[in-house]
Design a protein around this ligand. Structure first.
Ligand code: SF4
Length: 691
């Protein structure tokens, strides 16, 4: 018996990027646990990744290359050899690459967050071919853009500091489900006397455990931030010294904020005037008393028309009260911009001979159905999907399914399991999981560079994404040495050592240690130094003005709301949001039986008054519908959903739901105000009892 312990990192789309210890006995992973020495992981993994061995060794794993033998979407495949798979793909891609390379489209996202298995060799491959570029917008670009205009980049309060805050606003997120290690810090802050306030349309698990919950309507967060600014200004709760030295455009902001009386704010947000006043006073007075006030804003607020502006407005608040003076003050949306990642070395954008067109992953439903035209370019004829499951996760799912069902579309899917998308593949390739390959990671919730060592041999004939694209490059006749670089050689280039933040980065020692903190000051903006054009927190942004946007914080209403679309609201009076189920991570883990057993089946949470007017009782099957489509699930009548709101926790695999559909049947392909991102939570629906 040989027993070893291997250092790994969680690859999933979660800010916590946990450090993992894998016990391997005779080549089999027998235990997966959080590294007790890693400061943010602290020995704790979430329930999902604690089951990673069950997922890796699942009887459903794809172990061999396969070709489709049934109709598209039917999911019938037969085993083939790697040689046949690679030859088939190369034979389809070669003529396209020669004649109209933009007809080839990569489609990927954060199925793994690793810098190697995410996008390294794959990007080199597609860049060399001249394939269409993919605008990877599906999750975070609206908020990241609004944050960048204001603060200059995805840099914020260190997760390890939150326990020292006196007040924490948890805005638009449910960290118990999706940011567990931040929640552990918030709990510690609570034990030390801090107040926690959740701002969320839904009374999530997190909101239930906070001291206060403000249940505003979806898409009104930017108005609430403006209303808070109004009160801070009127009641002289500002840090004038910080504003004077380290911000730009306060006079203009003041004019704008004064339009947002507590009464107007309350009306727009669907909350009380007292809630607006008390929130602003709590925030301003705590800061005025010299205590750290911190905001953890999350991506929930930015999945609406005005999502970028919402994050921008919230990101203005810490500078107004001088919260950045404290290491435990400020705001965190993401820390990813703190890492000096050397993506050009990994992805080689210099290979592009001319700039190809870019296709937005959010509008894949429309774009797969578009014909060739001078504006669009060639029709999409081949899609290579990796680290993503667009059939389940992309909005306006009926159109996405129609696109992938096209008989003339050649689809290759790299996967661990036969997902909804895999059912549409012409060629299905088995990919390794995190236990079976090497990778290097940044994080978007903490400040550690992370290494993932392969713990076990690949299952069956599965291969790492990097190796699959190496083999494909060889089949396509691409013989530059960069297509033969090993994973270790690429990982060694992941961070720029000439940047003082990563000055100690060395891949060989990172592999041994597992993790290494960036070299960063505790309070990055205590004395300004924002990475904006002015070096200040920009209340007024000339860059936004040049980009055709309002340069000041404002309120952008939802596309679909009673105020902006009264006719639509008369037909579809309920706002719907579809935040993450606790035991799933987007569409990952839905097929893990033990986790699905915990979640049961798809539900819709609706307020007792909304249920009563529709004759719906707890446990009824209901149909949720609008002009885009419909899906069926079981009603849970509960005041966790405020009146006028229904909540479909997500993202279920369509084929594991009763009617083969999920919440994305009714979401739209409209884009946010900035960042070209989806508007999943800007959705009006009607609900009726299903017959
Ligand atoms: S999903 Fe998040 S909380 Fe769970 S193990 Fe991975 S990084 Fe940690």
């Amino acid at each position: 018996m040989t027993t070893t312990q291997v250092r790994a990192a969680c690859p999933h789309d979660c800010p916590d990027t946990c450090a993992i210890l894998v016990t391997v006995e005779n080549g089999v992973a027998t235990e997966i646990k959080g590294d007790p020495d890693h400061p943010t992981t602290a020995g704790v993994l979430c329930t999902k990744v604690a089951r990673y061995a069950e997922r890796t060794y699942s009887a459903d794993r794809l172990l061999y290359p396969m070709k489709r033998v049934g109709k598209k979407g039917e999911g019938k495949f037969e085993r083939i050899s790697w040689d046949e798979a690679l030859d088939t793909i190369a034979a389809r891609l070669k003529p396209l690459a020669q004649e109209r390379p933009e007809a080839i489209l990569p489609y990927s996202y954060a199925g793994t967050m690793g810098l190697l298995q995410g996008d390294s060799m794959s990007s080199r491959f597609f860049h060399q071919l001249g394939a269409s570029l993919l605008d990877r917008t599906i999750c975070a670009t609206a908020g990241a853009t609004g944050y960048k205009y204001t603060i200059g980049g995805s840099i914020g309060t260190d997760m390890e500091q939150f326990q020292n805050a006196k007040l924490i606003l948890i805005w638009g997120g449910n960290p118990i489900a999706s940011n567990l290690h931040f929640w552990m810090r918030a709990q510690e802050a609570k034990r030390r006397g801090a107040k926690l306030i959740a701002i969320d349309p839904y009374r999530s698990l997190t909101a239930e455990k906070c001291h206060q919950h403000i249940a505003l309507m979806p898409g009104t967060d930017s108005a609430l931030a403006l209303g808070m600014m109004h009160v801070l200004i009127k009641e002289e709760l500002l840090d004038q010294d910080y504003i004077g030295k380290y911000t730009l455009g306060f006079e203009q902001l003041q004019q704008r904020a004064l339009e947002w009386t507590p009464e107007r704010t309350a009306e727009v947000c669907g909350i009380s005037v007292e809630e607006v006043l008390e929130l602003a006073r709590e925030y301003g007075r705590t800061a005025k008393a010299g205590e750290p006030v911190a905001i953890r804003v999350n991506y929930g607020v930015q999945r609406v028309h005005g999502g970028g502006m919402a994050v921008r407005n919230i990101a203005c608040l810490p500078a107004l009260v001088g919260a950045w003076r404290h290491a435990a003050g400020g705001v965190q949306l993401s820390t990813s911009g703190t890492f000096p990642t050397n993506k050009p070395a990994l992805q080689r954008p210099d290979l592009l001979k001319k700039m190809p067109r870019t296709i937005n992953m959010t509008t894949i439903g429309n774009d797969l159905l578009r014909e060739a035209s001078p504006e669009f370019g060639p029709k999409v004829e081949a899609v290579i999907v990796y680290n993503s499951n667009p059939l389940a996760i992309a909005p306006d799912s009926p159109k996405v399914a129609a696109g992938f069902a096209r008989e003339d579309l050649f689809t290759v899917v790299l996967e661990h399991f036969q997902t909804d998308t895999a059912d549409y593949a012409d060629i299905l390739l088995p990919a390794t999981t995190q236990l079976e390959h090497t990778d290097v990671h940044l994080a978007y919730g903490h400040l550690y560079m992370m290494a993932n060592n392969a713990a076990i041999a690949p299952m069956g004939e599965a291969k790492p994404n990097t190796e699959i694209f190496r083999l494909l490059a060889a089949r396509m006749g691409l013989d530059d040495p960069m297509f033969r670089e090993t994973d270790d050689e690429m990982a060694a280039k992941a961070f720029r050592k000439d940047d003082e933040r990563a000055i100690h980065f060395d891949w060989e020692s990172l592999k041994l240690k597992g993790w290494q903190k960036l070299n960063m000051p505790d309070a990055p903006f205590a004395c300004g130094n924002f990475p904006t054009p002015s070096g200040k927190c920009e209340f007024f942004s000339a860059t936004m003005q040049a980009d055709g946007l309002d340069p000041l914080p404002t309120y952008v209403p939802n596309y679909e709301s009673r105020a902006s679309a009264p006719d639509l609201a008369a037909k579809y009076p309920l706002a719907m949001i579809s935040p993450p189920q606790r035991n799933f991570l987007n569409s990952t883990f839905v097929n893990v039986q033990s986790l699905r057993n915990t979640e049961g089946e798809p539900h819709l949470d609706m307020h007792p008054d909304d249920a009563a007017t529709r004759g719906v009782i707890h446990g009824d099957m209901v149909r949720i519908f609008n002009d885009r489509g419909s899906f069926v699930c079981k009603a849970r009548v509960t005041d966790k959903a405020r009146k006028g709101l229904v909540v479909g926790l997500s993202i279920w695999w369509k084929k594991l739901a009763r009617d083969g559909k999920n919440a994305n049947e009714v979401t739209s392909q409209r884009l946010t105000d900035m960042g070209r991102a989806p508007t999943f939570y800007d959705t009006l629906v009607q609900v009726e009892k299903a017959v």
